[in-house]
Design a protein around this ligand. Structure first.
Ligand code: BG6
Length: 513
């Protein structure tokens, strides 16, 4: 095979990349939904960043499919614009020029047989002109209600079927359905055309370095595993807070809500990685088995009225900015009951976690953007210490900061210098920015690369998706059964009062990240 895209002296391709990262063989990536936000802000820039890091083969092609009346040249200009605006790595003309030569656009609607025949012809031509050798990944960055039409078109036009020594893969994005039943139907649709090992389900949180580091932290060290259980851990808090609202996405968000949008996928993935047993290996099968086992042992509390909470952000001041309430956002139904904040309590019925609650919360327009996993330990017996001198001491906590300011901190009590034995909380901190010189790649770079390599460990299989819906469905049904408006919370706050009450009933409080 000849050298990867980009000259061999690419300064961005560190020796570490070369040692640890494989380069996929010749292939083509076909994106449906190229004009969407995800494609423009994440996928197209990630393709360029991979090329720039020398991680794409010379025989690589990028094809966009959509309704716009674009030529391939015009599409390439759109790609360039987005690359310049959103790519992580610096712009280099030579890399771009090579990439550009393999860019094509096929114009058409999803139900247009001719358009798919033209796509098949374009792909065949690329195999010849660009040397993609019959290996193609179809990225469905489109609403799930179009999956059926597109996968059937791929089948009809022969695009889904590889010849010998070729591969065809399909990439799908969440939401994988809106409940267990629809997830099953969606899966049948996709897997009736592509075999299960050719289906790559993207949960972009799994592409984040800090999320993969949960596995390294837990299993490459001796420190944590001995105390990673109900004997030492009081409870776990998993928070994904955003300061933005849903503006511009109201159409997608209404009827979906915070729990379906991120708890079913991102937060349950963080939860599974935190709670699962040690896998036999990092192979897809072993990793997925352990995640599925823990999801299977997971249950909601019996009384949902006290074990879950939801809310909608109200209008008001968020910092120095006046923002609209959720119900006043453009395109919103003012009677909507969709939640923009959701918190749930989970228990894992196994020996490791018996009786330990996991509290998961997520919301829009909260105090700040932060995702973290806090492992909160039981209090030590304090009989040695005068209670009046340890009053400022909280519980020991290990906090995995998924983003921003990526890192891990440990909070514990320490003697305040002086003659008395006063104890106060202090923190010990690991920050990626300080410990490593390497910059973390974007989640989509890692995941796209894995798709092209055919490396499945970071992609949940269908059973995992089903198990997540099995956990969430009763919460959604419970909320559907409630009358009256949804509780409001102030923008810039940490959610509705009912979320605080949920923990207070257990004698606990949420962390202020
Ligand atoms: C997406 C959700 O999956 O994740 C969005 O649909 C959310 O609502 C986004 O804003 C957050 O991703 P990140 O990587 O910025 O935390």
């Amino acid at each position: 095979m000849s050298a990867p895209i980009g000259p061999g002296h690419n300064p961005l391709r560190s020796s570490r990349d070369a040692r640890l990262t494989r380069i996929p063989g010749p292939n083509g990536l076909i994106i449906f939904g190229v004009t969407g936000d995800l494609a423009r802000k994440k996928l197209l820039p990630a393709v360029y960043d991979l090329a720039n890091r020398g991680l794409l083969p010379p025989g690589f092609a990028l094809t966009g499919f959509g309704r716009r009346d674009w030529t391939s040249e015009e599409f390439a200009d759109v790609v360039l614009e987005n690359v310049k605006q959103y790519a992580r790595t610096p712009f280099r003309e030579a890399v771009w020029e090579h990439l550009r030569q393999g860019i094509r656009f096929v114009q058409g609607a999803f139900d247009d047989d001719n358009a798919f025949d033209r796509l098949a012809e374009t792909v065949r031509n690329l195999d010849r002109e660009r040397g993609t050798m019959g290996n193609h990944a179809f990225y469905l960055s489109i609403p799930p209600n179009s999956f059926q039409t597109v996968t059937q078109q791929l089948k009809r036009s022969g695009l889904a079927a590889p010849a010998e020594n070729e591969w065809r893969r399909v990439v799908i994005e969440k939401p994988f359905g809106h409940d267990l039943q629809s997830a099953r139907e969606l899966n049948e649709t996709v897997e009736s055309v592509f075999p299960p090992d050719s289906v790559f389900r993207i949960d972009h949180y799994l592409g984040k370095e800090t999320v993969q580091n949960i596995l390294a932290m837990r299993f490459a060290n001796t420190l944590w595993e001995p105390i990673w259980n109900a004997n030492f851990i009081d409870h776990v808090q998993i928070t994904m807070a955003e300061d933005i609202g849903v503006s511009g996405r109201a159409g997608y968000y209404d009827g979906v809500g915070a729990a379906r949008d991120v708890i079913q996928n991102h937060l349950l993935q963080l939860f599974a990685l935190t709670a699962m047993e040690e896998p036999v290996s990092f192979d897809a099968e072993d990793l997925r088995n352990e995640k599925e086992k823990v999801l299977q042992a997971t249950r909601l509390p019996e009384d949902l009225s006290s074990g879950v909470a939801r809310g909608q952000y109200a209008g008001g001041w968020q910092g120095a900015k006046h923002v609209s309430g959720f119900l006043e956002e453009d395109g919103m139904d003012p009677r909507s009951k969709t939640e923009t904040f959701a918190a749930i309590t989970l228990f894992v019925d196994n020996r490791r976690w018996a009786g330990v609650p996991f509290y998961l919360r997520t919301g829009k327009r909260l105090g700040r953007r932060v995702t973290e996993i806090a492992i909160v330990f039981k209090r030590a017996s304090q009989y040695l210490f005068d209670p009046s001198k340890t009053s400022t001491m909280g519980e020991n906590a290990l906090v995995i900061r998924v983003q921003p300011n990526e890192g891990i901190s440990i909070r514990f009590g320490s003697k305040v210098p002086g003659t008395g034995m006063f104890v106060r909380d202090v923190t010990m901190d690991f920050g990626y920015g300080h410990a490593f010189t390497e910059e973390s790649p974007e989640a989509y770079e890692r995941l796209l690369l894995d798709v092209l390599l055919g490396d499945p460990p970071l992609f949940p299989r269908h059973r995992e998706v089903e198990l997540s819906w099995r956990i969430l469905d009763p919460v959604e049904q419970f909320w559907d059964s409630l009358e009256g408006p949804v509780e409001q919370y102030e923008p810039g706050s940490w959610g509705p009062q009912s979320a605080d009450d949920m923990l207070a009933r257990d004698g606990r409080t949420w962390r202020r990240p």
